[in-house]
Structure formats: C-alpha cells, structure tokens
Design a protein around this ligand. Structure first.
Ligand SMILES: *Cc1c(COP(=O)(O)O)cnc(C)c1O
Length: 470
C-alpha cells in the first residue's frame, strides 16, 4: 500500500516509512492510504459475526501488503490484542462499545499496541534501539508506555508535567521499569512538548541516537482503530434482529471526539465496507468541528478545559485527513454533529444511569447525550425545520442523509465508551454519587513504587540526561 501526504499528494511512501517517520516533516502533512481497500465479502457476510482478531487480521492485510507477511501480521495481532472491544446493549436500540478492556483502560491501547509492534517489526534488523520520545498531558503517555513496555528494540522516554495530571494518570506513567521511563518535568505540558521538539531537531542528538515519536497522528495508530468499528458493526447488525426486530438497521456510531483520530478510523472502516450508516461527531466545549460542519468555516482555536479532558482539543489534527477524504457536502451527509458543556456531560452520566443502569465515563457521556437527544426528538425537530442555535449546546443545524432513518425507527446507536469510568471516578461521583468499581489492573498500579525521574524544563539538562542515560 502506498501512503500519500495530505499536503503534497505527489509525495508517496510505503507503510514502513509512514510508521517510522510519523509525518512528512518537510510539509507538515499527514499520511493517508492512497486507496481504501474493501474488506473481503466472506468476512462481511458470515452467518456468525467474526471475532475481533479475525476482523483485525483481514482488515490489516491490505494496508501492510508486501511489507509484513500474513503470518507475521497474525503474530503482531495476537500479541497486541489479548483483549477485545465488548458490545453491551443498554436499551432497545442502544449499544455501548466498550473500548477500555486493554491494559490502561482507554481506547488508545488499540492504536498504541499495534503501533509498538509494527515499529518493533520494522526495526528488527537494526543493531540499535529506536528511541521514542513522547510528551503527554495524560492518557496518551500511559497507553504508549504500556504498549511499548518490553517490546524488543524499542526504548521509550515519556515527559509529563509534574503535579499537573491526575494522581491515577501519574501512577500509570511513573511506575514503568526496563525499556520505558518517565521524566516528571517541572513545568507545563507545553514545556514537555518543547523539550521533545527541540530534541528532534538537535543534529547532535540525531547523530547519536535514532529518535522517533509515537504521536497520535501516526497512521499505525489510526488503522487499527478501524478494526473495532467493523467488528462492532457486524456484531450489532446480527444482534439487532434479535434485540429489537429491526432487520438491516441503520447503524449510527456516536463518537466522543477531540483530535478526531477515533472518528477518522470509523470513516476508514465505513469506506472498507463495514455496515455503518453514519456518525455523530460529539464534542465538549471544544466544538471546532461542529462549528465547521454547519458554517463551512474552519476556525481552529485554543482549547478550553472540561470534564472530558482527553477531548480538550481546539485544533483537531485529523481535520486535515477528513478534508482530504471528503468534501464538506459529503461530511454533512455522513455526520450529525453535537456538543455538550460540563453540565450536559454530568446530565449525560445521570440520565444514562437512570434510564439504563449503565455507568458511563465523562467522555462516553458526551456520546450518549448526543445519541439520546438525537433519537428522542432533536433530529425530528431539525427535519421539520425547527431552528436550533449553534452557539448553544445541542444538535448542530445540519441534517445528515440518514436523519429520516431515526424518525422512521430504523436506526440503532452505538456509543463508543473510550475510557473506563473508574479513570474519572470523581466526576462520575459528582454526577451519580456512586464510585465506579476499579478494575484490578488499575488497583495494582496504585500500589507500585514511583520510578519517575525528576527533570527541570531546561533543554541542556534534558539533553545531558539523554546522552548519559540512553
Ligand atoms: C483520546 C481520547 C478521546 C478523543 O479521541 P480522539 O481520537 O482524539 O478524537 C476520547 N476519550 C478518551 C478517553 C480519550 O483518551
């Protein structure tokens, strides 16, 4: 498969180059597959819905064609995914796709673990380790650290702002040993990012070490996220006939979004032939994309902090990929868009719990609030020409091609639950006065010793440390 630069489509690379370089440093463009392959008919039409790993293998093959043989790809997938997405029906026409069954209890495990193993694979004939530097403001660092832990040929240094992330997040970052370590930087997330960026352009360091990043823009994090959309769509397609007697339902995926990597992966799954009718782009107060969808004008802005903090992104990097794949009109046909403020997020947790008994985290709650309002009348009002104010939380005035399926009761919703509620226990408690139960793997981490290394935000101190310790 050939991958092209979103900013200069004459520039093309193979999968290995796209994975190891992350982006085209010359243009600042991101890589997208030249064509989106179709899933085999056999996979889409099985009488029993395929397993997650079956889907993963079939869906990954064409993207790595000619570079990773099937047997090696299968080993990568088996090693990356000892867990799966789980689909839980919570009411007659609503399913939750739980994406938190990986080691760090958030959906980023799916992308990060595939990326780590493909990087290791491509590095297998080198004599020296590939050094990954990551700056994190929370969730990404733990997913990346955990995904690369004990993976041969790779070495990871995570930089995080000391005291500026949640105690659980700090534990998840600071307790690694072996090939993964965390530097607790005296400063802000921006300081961490600056140290990493300066290191990448430091000729002296580049000569000594092979440096790479594990950024969310890496195509090897995006592609594997498409696997669970296909898996869920095929599963729900079969379940729906039993659960609610809707034959061939229109499956709508409600995606709580920040950088829009997760949603872009859903678009890839749909293009590959997964039976997905449309998407709800659900955001918090950072509603750059909903604003773009209704107004046609894209205005990136500084982020504001909210209860769903992993979605606090004002300039979503995957906007560039979405624009490369579709025209604005196509986006308007595919997407409903919706945003909620903090109060709406708390209300979402409360209503989901009251109506269904399901305890949802603040990110999933944004997706739930959007779907629940859309199927309970908001879309019908919009279809009937009632005006809605895009400056207020709620459904954005855009009617997708599938709007009538909602009114005709032909649609089912799948809400992506991107993190385990225990990761955001305080906010959940604030909403429903109940603590979510804490999974064993999080409890174990809370007992491990802090191995983080204190660091100032001074570049030369950081550089000296790298030279002495890598
Ligand atoms: C990263 C993250 C998101 C946002 O995903 P994007 O791909 O950036 O849109 C949502 N929820 C959780 C819990 C996350 O960690």
């Amino acid at each position: 498969m050939i991958y092209r630069d979103t900013r200069d489509s004459s520039f093309a690379v193979d999968f290995k180059t796209a994975v190891l370089s992350g982006m085209n440093a010359k243009t600042g463009g991101l890589y997208v597959p030249e064509t989106i392959p179709k899933l085999p008919k056999d996979l889409l039409c099985r009488s029993v819905a395929p397993s997650f790993r079956d889907v993963a293998l079939e869906a990954a093959k064409p993207f790595v064609d000619g570079e990773i043989p099937d047997a090696d790809l299968q080993d990568i997938i088996i090693d990356a995914y000892p867990f799966s997405a789980q689909i839980v029906p919570i009411d007659r026409i609503t399913y939750v796709m739980e994406l938190f069954h990986g080691p760090t209890c958030a959906f980023k495990d799916f992308g990060a673990r595939f990326m780590a193993r493909t990087m290791s694979y491509f590095n297998r004939n080198e004599n020296t380790a590939l050094h990954i530097l990551v700056a994190t403001s929370g969730d990404t660092g733990s997913a990346v650290g955990s995904a690369f832990h004990n993976v041969p040929g790779l070495d990871v240094t995570i930089l995080y702002p000391r005291g500026k992330i949640s105690p659980l997040q700090e534990k998840q970052l600071s307790t690694f040993t072996g090939n993964v370590r965390a530097l607790s930087v005296e400063g802000t997330f921006d300081d961490c990012q600056k140290l990493v960026k300066t290191a990448f352009v430091d000729a002296d360091l580049r000569q000594k070490f092979r440096l790479s990043s594990a950024n969310s823009i890496n195509i090897s994090r995006l592609l594997p996220q498409s696997f669970y959309y296909t898996y869920a769509a095929l599963y729900v397609q079969q379940r729906a006939a039993l659960d609610n007697k809707i034959e061939n339902p229109s499956i709508i995926m409600s995606v709580p979004s920040g950088n829009f990597g997760n949603l872009t992966s859903g678009l890839i799954a749909r293009e590959m032939g997964a039976p997905i009718k449309g998407f709800i782009a659900a955001t918090n107060d950072n509603h750059t994309v909903p604003d773009w969808i209704f107004s046609g004008e894209y205005n990136a802005r500084p982020s504001v902090s909210t209860y769903s903090n992993a979605m606090d992104v004002g300039a979503p990097s995957n906007y560039e990929r979405i624009r490369h794949m579709y025209t604005l009109e196509q986006v308007r046909d595919l997407f409903a868009s919706y945003w909620v403020d903090n109060q709406g997020t708390l209300d979402g947790i409360v209503e989901c719990y009251k109506n269904t008994g399901y305890i949802i985290d603040p990110h999933g709650a944004v997706g739930w609030a959007a779907w629940n309002d859309i199927r309970s009348g908001a879309m019908e009002k919009l279809l009937n020409g009632e005006k809605c104010d895009p400056a207020k939380p709620g459904l954005t005035p855009n009617v997708p091609a599938w709007a009538k399926d909602i009114v005709d009761k032909k649609a089912v919703g799948v809400i992506l639950e991107t993190a385990h509620p225990a990761k955001f226990g305080e906010i959940v408690y604030k909403a429903i006065a109940r603590e979510p139960s804490i999974p064993d793997r999080l409890q174990r981490i809370m007992k491990l010793p802090d191995m983080s290394i204190p660091m100032t935000n001074n570049y030369s101190a950081f550089k000296d440390w790298l030279i002495d310790n890598l």
